[in-house]
Design a protein. Structure first.
Length: 429
């Protein structure tokens, strides 16, 4: 009979003497990930992005992870281990970090899974960090890491809003450019060049910690994106067919995570609209109110006084960026989170806040109200949360919006892309 052996947990902690270590982070998305190391530098940490997620990430994530976790968890683990195995880093001078939002889904278990994956891969000496805005570090021992929220909040928020605006301009310009030129993606287009150029400029502004410079930068970007439209003989100025892309946050925004379906759709001449990432953060204003009404959270002095102030600040800031971005010829106004919540409440109770929660319903409804009646919703393999709040409300969505064509796609590492494309083909024809 096998003897019980003592369980030995992960005992590599990020201590104060580790502060100067290189901190590896998984790739998230093209319009945000390049800004993260620059913001971290202001906070006094040396963050380094893993390369863009790839098939190698999926294979290695499956090898060292647990095959019952959701697909984004597999990819994140694979990103980190593949990069550590690349031999580029001094292991004794390395740590890894991931963000933690504290959602009610498996996201809260990522850190434990990463620790066991690192151990399995022979890297158990690498400390791990949970990065969280709220200061709650989810029972991770990391006394050497503290996020100076006040110091980076202003620049971080402007970087995020700038990334959202740039991403929207890129998505509408790239498809018009290619359709006009009669060619399929991917190619190095003017739009792609401008996107990269302005992301680099954004990094420079962050490193200088000059949040207001982002307004000027966005204005220049708008002018340049408008020039592609005005000057290029190859541009298609006619309205394009629009399609909404929503779903779980990682697979929606990560190109490999969503099996490159955005590029595939753009190659077919479709303008792919994804909701801005700012919505993911500001939904907490709605959630907080609902949780208080439901008796789950107490109204405290801080929620009574600080939350309205914070909301006012956020609305003002979003309005400032919108005012500049709306000069772009193909600007698409995003409805406010409160409008989306109002739409969502007709479909699903707003206390559904796990995974993407009620936002799926709100986003589908918002597209319908804007006359966009084709929406793809991507869900990762193993994501029970989003299966419930997305596919689970399909019938109700169809009852409310009968003209809406909804396609729910499950994404995982072993799927055949041809099947995805077949189903998308039916949606866009
Ligand atoms: S929402 Fe789904 S895919 Fe995303 S972390 Fe939670 S369980 Fe995983």
């Amino acid at each position: 009979m096998q003897k019980n052996t003592e369980y030995i947990g992960y005992n590599s902690f990020f201590t104060k003497k580790d502060r100067n270590k290189t901190i590896l982070i998984p790739w998230f998305t093209d319009f945000l990930s390049p800004f993260i190391p620059a913001v971290a530098k202001l906070a006094g940490y040396n963050f380094v992005n893993c390369p863009r997620t790839s098939k190698t990430s999926a294979d290695i994530g499956l090898q060292y992870g647990n095959n019952e976790v959701c697909y984004p968890a597999t990819l994140i683990l694979g990103d980190l281990i593949a990069e550590i195995q690349s031999g580029k880093y001094d292991i004794d001078n390395l740590a890894v970090a991931i963000t933690q939002t504290g959602g009610q889904c498996r996201a809260t278990n990522y850190l434990g899974m990463i620790k066991s994956g690192l151990k399995n891969a022979g890297f158990g000496q690498i400390p791990t960090i949970a990065v969280s805005l709220g200061g709650n570090v989810y029972q991770n021992e990391q006394e050497g890491f503290e996020l100076p929220v006040l110091k980076i909040f202003n620049i971080g928020m402007n970087a995020l809003l700038f990334g959202d605006a740039l991403n929207q301009m890129f998505a509408s310009a790239v498809v018009r450019e290619n359709v006009g030129a009669g060619r399929a993606l991917p190619l190095q287009t003017h739009a792609a060049f401008l996107f990269d150029f302005y992301m680099k400029k954004g990094e420079e502004i962050i490193l200088q910690n000059k949040p207001k410079e982002f307004y000027k930068l966005l204005k220049n970007a708008v002018d340049d994106f408008n020039k592609i439209v005005d000057c290029s003989g190859a541009i298609n100025r006619a309205p394009t067919e629009k399609i909404g892309l929503i779903g779980e946050i990682f697979v929606k925004y990560n190109s490999y995570g969503q099996a490159h379906i955005t590029e595939w759709l753009q190659g077919k001449g479709m303008e792919v609209l994804t909701p801005p990432i700012i919505d993911f953060f500001v939904q907490s204003f709605v959630n907080q109110k609902i949780n208080q009404q439901n008796g789950i959270k107490r109204a405290t002095f801080s929620t009574k006084i600080l939350t309205p102030l914070l909301l006012k600040f956020a609305e003002k800031r979003v309005g400032k960026f919108d005012k500049i971005a709306e000069k772009y010829r193909f600007y698409e106004r995003n409805e406010s989170i409160f409008t989306k919540a109002k739409y969502a409440a007709e479909i699903i109770d707003l206390s559904n806040q796990f995974g993407e929660g009620w936002m799926i319903a709100g986003e589908v409804a918002s597209f319908a109200h804007r006359g966009i009646n084709r929406v793809v919703c991507v869900q990762p393999f193993g994501c029970i949360a989003n299966h419930i709040v997305a596919k689970g409300i399909e019938r109700r969505l169809k009852e409310h919006y009968p003209a809406m064509n909804l396609l729910f796609l499950d994404i995982d590492g072993g799927m055949a892309e041809v099947n995805l494309h077949n189903r998308l083909e039916f949606l866009i024809r």
